[in-house]
Ligand binder design. Structure first.
Ligand code: NAD
Ligand code: ZN
Length: 378
């Protein structure tokens, strides 16, 4: 089968690899219909994670069940399913508590598994024609048959639940004001989710005009941080108080300005932008910087956080991988009911063969390349 394979920093190719097949009785194999490229893939693509050449990328997967292991009870050949990016067992302490992003069974070294992701288990990615799905009864979310809402449902594997998770971590409630840093796919989904949860005013901060336009289109207030300090702009528009809730949907990429010995970071701006006793949710990834990068501490993802200011304001902060399984059934049903259309974020639908160009353009945050869906059968 064909698959998107990591070669070296800034290089993926489409290669012929061994077919995906059942390894355990609890597995299924799906024929992939859509697998999206994520900002999280870019950490590996840019060579900042120690991903080995040969890794098949792709953790945002959906498709149709092709082959079913003898121990699978509820999933049948022909079922249309979407897969949370977290590979999870369903029966460990964390899974039983809905913390499926931290499954203790699948990857005890790191806590939490994922398809096609360095240090998150041996699972191959789905940017390929076929994909093996472990613990299939738990990890498959069934979808209505046919091809209805294909692009909306595809986003249930990661970014829609991750955006929603950000609002959960930040504790967004009806009437709240919210600022979201980052208008990438995840930030846009966080802004969109904040509106779904009844926020009264949502600010979305970025510098990219095309992404800020999308933010405006869904009813959030775009803030261009190149036009002045983002926290000050938000303060001005909230009567000097700051927002009730804040979200980091950027992560490490915003933390290492050229030539800085110790990286400053976006979290300090968030502390400034959120009101005293407000809450902050962090879904942007803090992966260690390039080993050849600016400083020893940066290698370990250490950051300069102004703890004093955070304490002074009596704020709280929560972080982590999204527990996709705990939201994606509910978000699926909002899509089916016509009350959510997350695919507004999708800019490109491309065959696997165009993955190298898509990675290059998405990595450069090229104008108009907001979210790419790879379609192996195209
Ligand atoms: P992305 O990396 O393209 O989005 C980041 C956006 O932030 C870009 O639009 C960029 O212009 C903007 N940005 C950069 N510096 C900024 C700053 N100083 N202030 C405001 N905005 C700034 O793609 P994405 O897919 O949206 O991913 C965002 C982050 O979310 C990544 O770190 C990714 O790894 C992470 N992520 C986390 C989870 C999770 O489960 N926690 C899941 C998916 C993605
Ligand atoms: Zn992702």
């Amino acid at each position: 089968m064909k698959a998107v394979v990591y070669q070296e920093p800034y290089s993926v190719t489409v290669e012929e690899v061994d077919d995906a097949r059942i390894l355990d009785p609890t597995d299924v194999v799906i024929r992939v219909t859509t697998s999206a490229i994520c900002g999280s893939d870019l950490h590996m693509y840019e060579g900042r994670t120690g991903a080995e050449p040969g890794l098949i990328f792709g953790h945002e997967n959906m498709g149709v069940v092709e082959d079913v292991g003898s121990g699978v009870a509820t999933i049948k050949k022909g079922d249309r399913v979407v897969l949370p990016f977290n590979v999870a067992c369903g029966f460990c302490k964390n899974c039983l508590a809905n913390r499926t992003g931290f499954c203790l069974t699948v990857n005890q070294g790191f806590a939490g598994g994922a398809y096609g992701y360095v240090s998150m288990g041996p699972y191959r990615g789905g940017q390929a024609e076929y994909l093996r799905v472990p613990f299939a009864d738990f990890n498959c979310l069934k979808l209505p048959p046919g091809d209805v809402h294909e692009d909306d449902f595809a986003l249930l594997a990661d970014i829609f639940p991750t955006g929603y998770h950000a609002t959960q971590l930040a504790g967004v409630s009806p009437g709240d004001t919210v600022c979201v840093f980052g208008a990438g796919p995840v930030g846009l989904m966080a802004g969109y989710s904040a509106l779904i949860r009844g926020a009264s005013k949502v600010f979305v901060v970025d510098r990219q005009p095309d992404r800020l336009r999308l933010a405006e289109q869904i009813g959030t207030i775009p803030i261009d941080y190149t036009k002045g300090d983002a926290a000050e702009q938000i303060m001005e528009q909230t009567g000097g108080d700051g927002t009730d809730r804040g979200i980091d949907a950027v992560g490490y990429q915003a933390t290492v300005p050229e030539g800085h010995e110790q990286p400053a970071m976006i979290l300090n701006t968030l502390v400034n932008a959120v009101r005293a006793t407000g809450t902050i949710g962090v879904v942007g990834l803090y992966v260690p910087a390039d080993p050849g990068g600016p400083s020893e501490s940066a290698k370990h993802g250490e950051l300069l956080f102004r703890m004093g200011k955070f304490f002074e304001k009596g704020q709280r902060m929560a972080t982590g991988q999204a527990n996709v399984k705990s939201y994606n059934r509910q978000l699926r049903d909002l899509i089916i009911a016509g009350r959510a259309t997350p695919s507004f974020v999708v800019s490109h639908r491309l065959p696997l063969e165009q993955a190298p160009e898509a990675y290059d353009q998405f990595d450069k945050r090229a104008e108009g390349w907001t979210k790419v869906l790879l379609k192996p059968a195209m």
